[in-house]
Design a protein around this ligand. Structure first.
Ligand SMILES: [Zn+2]
Ligand SMILES: [Zn+2]
Length: 352
């Protein structure tokens, strides 16, 4: 099996230089979204740490005045179509040039079941908050030279689903179709090397929740990704090589499809690319070294008995194994029941 899934997603873990860029670029946004969350005083999700809010409000005191004006006039609720259906777990604010989207990266639907090529990674919440929020351009602009995802962008996300789950290139770093080689669960996702959950194909199942008229995702260039029909419910018109097309009114959007490229096959709009990934974009939060493929394993069950507590069941030939783990903001504790019956435990500290 050996579908060396050591692709893309890991790389954005260590980009100190782009980190600096990201932080400076997001400074105002961080304040905006932090202040907005405070103002809204709505239920914070589990990965909206107070530290990010604190950081956001203390780093640039001078900017708070102008940002608070923006926040007070906006309804704080998302006006970026599609995200409103997941408002309980995904926060969206607009700072002018950008939509800033906060999530913990975990979907409401189940995960992992159906994977037949498993790297032994598991889903954990991620800190896509504050200065590490997702950025989606408010006004997408056509690029002179669009970036294809067929030959590049093998690292990091290229789109963000409206449920706050990132979407990576459909191809892994060896150019393999992640879906066809069994790396994805029934929802089109899996856990990457930072134990971060993400999709590699369009989450078409979200269409049932958001309806035809709303996008299921946005490419990181700002153009919407719709499902298998046009927003008005009609059949999808001819798509270009990026799975997109221009409408009569001059607007452009992508569609999700059941065959390659599944999602946006590139970025028709302007993005910047640094070290083969779209930049800036949030960083994941690894807490242990990445693992290796477990040959012959099929993930058969995944349960969340209580919030933050998970049980993943798998089989190798006729033998069964389980990974039970508990995630808090500061640690992840594992109990591994191996296929030979042995039980081992491990606990890792998590830091922001
Ligand atoms: Zn992946
Ligand atoms: Zn269309």
């Amino acid at each position: 099996m050996c579908t060396n899934h050591s692709h893309h997603e890991h790389s954005h873990l260590h980009l100190p230089s782009s980190m600096v860029t990201r932080r400076s670029a997001l400074r105002i946004g961080g304040i905006g979204i932090g202040a907005a969350l405070l103002a809204a005083c709505s239920k914070s999700n589990e990965s909206a740490p107070t530290t990010s809010l604190t950081e956001a409000t203390t780093t640039t005191t001078s900017a708070v005045v102008s940002t608070s004006a923006v926040v007070s006039t906006s309804a704080v609720i998302s006006t970026l179509a599609g995200f409103e259906y997941f408002a309980d777990s995904v926060k969206v604010v607009n700072n002018g040039n950008l939509w800033l989207v906060e999530s913990n990266g975990l979907p409401a639907h189940n995960m992992m079941v159906g994977i037949t090529s498993w790297q032994q990674q598991v889903p954990t919440s991620q800190p896509y908050t504050g200065t590490n929020a997702w950025q989606i351009p408010t006004n997408p602009v056509f690029a002179d030279t669009p970036v294809s995802a067929k030959t590049q962008l093998y690292r990091g996300a290229i789109a963000l689903a409206v449920n706050g789950v990132p979407i990576f290139n459909a191809l892994n770093n060896r150019g393999d179709d992640a879906y066809l080689v069994g790396e994805l669960d029934e929802w089109g996702g899996h856990a990457g090397r930072a134990d971060d959950y993400h999709y590699h194909i369009a989450p078409l199942h979200l269409q049932e929740i958001v309806g035809n008229q709303s996008p299921i995702a946005y490419a990181l260039d700002g153009y919407a990704i719709y499902g298998e029909t046009e927003p008005d419910g009609s059949a999808v018109a001819t798509l270009d090589e990026f799975n997109g097309h221009e409408m009569a009114d001059g607007s452009y959007h992508y569609h999700g499809t059941r065959t390659y490229p599944y999602i946006n096959g590139g970025l028709r709009g302007v993005v910047s690319v640094v070290e083969d990934q779209i930049d800036p974009q949030p960083s994941t939060r690894p807490f242990r070294p990445a693992l290796e493929p477990l040959a012959g394993a099929t993930i058969s069950s995944f349960e969340t008995p209580i919030t933050g507590s998970y049980k993943l069941g798998y089989t190798v030939k006729a033998m069964t194994g389980e990974v039970a783990y508990m995630v808090t903001d500061s640690s992840v504790a594992f109990t591994f029941t191996n296929i030979d019956g042995t039980v081992t435990t491990a606990t890792y500290a998590r830091t922001i």
